[in-house]
Design a protein around this ligand. Structure first.
Ligand SMILES: [Ca+2]
Ligand SMILES: [Ca+2]
Length: 123
C-alpha cells in the first residue's frame, strides 16, 4: 500500500540523518496539490518499511544486533512518537517473542510490521 509514495520517499532516503527529516513540505499552501487521492488531508509522507528498518538499525547504538527497550525508545522518539517509552514497551510486548526483553534479528520483522501499522509519518 506504500507503493504510491515510493517514488517520493526514495528521494529522501539519502538524507535520513538525524534532524534531517523531511521539512514541512506539502501543506495548506497548495490546496489543489495533485497529491495522490489517498493523501487527502495528509500533509506528511507515510514512512516506508525501508525507512523503519533503517531507523531501527541506526538506533542499535551499541551494535550488539539487539534492540533494547532504551534503543527502541530512542527510535520511536525519532519516529515522532509522543510516548516513546510506552511505545517501546508495547512494541516489546508485541514483537519480543522469546521474552528476553530485546528484539533480535528473528523478531525484527515483527517489530517493523508492528511499527508500520502505527502509521508513522515524516512530517
Ligand atoms: Ca543494541
Ligand atoms: Ca527477544
Amino acid at each position: 500500500m506504500m507503493h504510491i509514495f515510493s517514488s517520493i520517499t526514495s528521494t529522501q532516503n539519502s538524507n535520513l540523518d538525524e534532524g534531517a527529516f523531511v521539512p514541512k513540505g506539502i501543506d495548506k499552501a497548495c490546496p489543489r496539490a495533485t497529491w495522490p487521492a489517498t493523501g487527502k488531508k495528509r500533509a506528511s509522507v507515510p514512512i516506508t518499511e525501508e525507512q523503519v528498518r533503517g531507523i531501527f538499525h541506526r538506533y542499535d547504538t551499541n551494535r550488539d544486533g539487539l534492540l533494547s527497550k532504551q534503543e527502541l525508545k530512542n527510535a520511536f522518539s525519532s519516529l515522532g512518537s509522543r510516548m516513546p517509552g510506552l511505545r517501546a514497551w508495547l512494541a516489546l510486548q508485541h514483537a519480543d517473542v522469546n521474552g528476553d526483553g530485546y528484539i533480535n534479528e528473528a523478531e525484527f520483522d515483527k517489530l517493523v510490521k508492528y511499527t508500520m501499522k502505527r502509521g508513522y509519518k515524516f512530517n
